[in-house]
Design a binder for this molecule. Structure first.
Ligand SMILES: Cc1cc2nc3c(=O)[nH]c(=O)nc-3n(C[C@H](O)[C@H](O)[C@H](O)COP(=O)(O)OP(=O)(O)OC[C@H]3O[C@@H](n4cnc5c(N)ncnc54)[C@H](O)[C@@H]3O)c2cc1C
Length: 367
């Protein structure tokens, strides 16, 4: 079977590898460099702390694949709430996660402070601790996935923008090429690409920002503040800090971070950990959202597949979802095939839905 994958991000490369490993003849088309979309701009948080059982199963599958690839760097993940309703939600999430077998525990502010003395726990009502969480280096993910894809026989064509001439043929700079199947994993561009062949996706883009600080001298976990809506993760000897996002036109957005974001983030770090590092570099990237927060991953018309709508969680889920999708394209079994198809079927929407892109990229698919 010949398959084209449009998009050389974590999802496209994972899908290409899984397809090639199952014997398909795969070509990846990337309009720029590999990882030049959201993947190369991701913070790299990677955890299994999901209250929903299907989300948790996807995360467990992805984490195990990243561990096998030696791309997963263990790093506990702490999330905190500062007011009553957020605290109730965090407690409920943790109870549900524990029922799903996720290794998480509730910490009081005092327990949190004992564990991480550099954190200022004043004002925190409750914390969750996910021990099996970790971080990924997006550049290493891209390099490793590309190497794997090639090793399994896939061809990767960078600096090759394509469009759809029909559901299974691509207009490339060297002419039209036809395949048995086409998988479009082009982030927000997936929507206009498939619109050319009459497919309407319920997909929106939102812009998320991140920065890396100068080095800090403090032992800290990855951290998400559900009340103040920001997160950080240790990166080398510094912190990578990010926060909520807003909806944008994917054809007209600013890839540089806003100065207000940088100030706000550094203030939040100072409030939460009494550190005031300077900003070393900052950037923005595009994430994708769907009406129900679950991705669009499946066949939209005969031979044409999409994989997008990751709600800010696409990097951590890529190897699991890529394998799931490859198996579906080739009509083979996959551990997630039992639960996922209905949840992620892109045709569950007709594309005419009105919805707001989520402003909190750390939400579960089903919250
Ligand atoms: C600031 C920020 C922080 C984030 N943090 C995290 C995190 O901590 N953990 C996490 O899991 N996720 C995180 N994400 C989300 C994550 O980056 C995305 O969900 C994930 O990278 C999506 O991967 P993808 O392969 O689907 O898309 P992308 O990486 O966007 O890849 C799509 C590719 O398609 C290519 N393309 C587009 N149009 C065409 C065309 N016509 N022809 C050929 N190629 C085309 C693009 O150039 C691009 O390389 C973050 C995102 C941002 C912006």
């Amino acid at each position: 079977m010949t398959v084209a994958v449009v998009g050389g991000g974590a999802v496209g490369l994972s899908t290409a590898t899984a397809l090639a490993r199952r014997g398909a003849s795969v070509t990846v088309f990337e309009r720029d460099e590999l990882g030049s979309g959201a993947t190369g701009r991701a913070a790299g948080l990677c955890y299994d702390a999901f209250a929903d059982d299907v989300d948790a199963a996807v995360a467990a599958d992805a984490l195990s694949r990243y561990r096998d690839l030696d791309l997963f760097d263990p790093q506990p993940y702490v999330w905190v709430a500062r007011d009553g309703s957020d605290a109730t939600a965090v407690r409920e999430q943790i109870a549900q996660m524990q029922r799903n077998g996720v290794v998480v525990e509730t910490l009081t502010p005092a327990e949190l402070g004992d564990r991480y003395p550099a954190l200022d726990t004043s004002g925190i009502e409750v914390a969750g601790l996910a021990r099996d969480a970790g971080v990924l280096n997006p550049d290493s993910v891209v390099a490793t996935l590309a190497k794997q894809a090639r090793a399994n026989g896939a061809t990767i064509e960078t600096h090759t923008p394509v469009s759809l001439a029909s559901p299974t043929s691509l207009e490339t700079p060297c002419g039209t090429r036809t395949f048995d199947a086409v998988v479009v994993a082009a982030g927000p561009e997936t929507k206009p690409l498939v619109a050319d062949v009459g497919v309407s996706l319920a997909l929106k883009a939102y812009r998320a920002q991140a920065l890396v600080t100068d080095p800090v001298d403090a032992a800290l976990p990855s951290f998400y503040d559900a009340t103040r809506e920001f997160y950080w993760r240790p990166r080398d000897d510094a912190l990578l800090v990010g926060d909520g996002a807003h909806e944008v036109d994917p054809a007209d957005w600013n890839p540089d971070a806003d100065p207000e974001f940088v100030d706000r983030s550094l203030n939040r770090v100072e409030e939460a950990a009494a550190l005031r590092p300077a900003c070393d570099r900052a950037w923005a990237g595009l994430c994708t959202a769907t009406p129900d927060g679950a991705p669009l991953a499946g066949e939209v018309v005969d031979g044409l597949w999409v994989a997008t709508g990751w709600q800010g969680h696409g990097l951590m889920r890529a190897p699991a979802m890529g394998d799931y999708l490859a198996a579906a394209v080739l009509d083979r079994p996959n551990p997630l095939s039992e639960h996922l198809p209905g949840r992620v079927d892109p045709t569950r929407f007709d594309g005419s839905e009105t919805f707001a892109a989520l402003d909190d990229p750390t939400r579960d698919w089903n919250e």
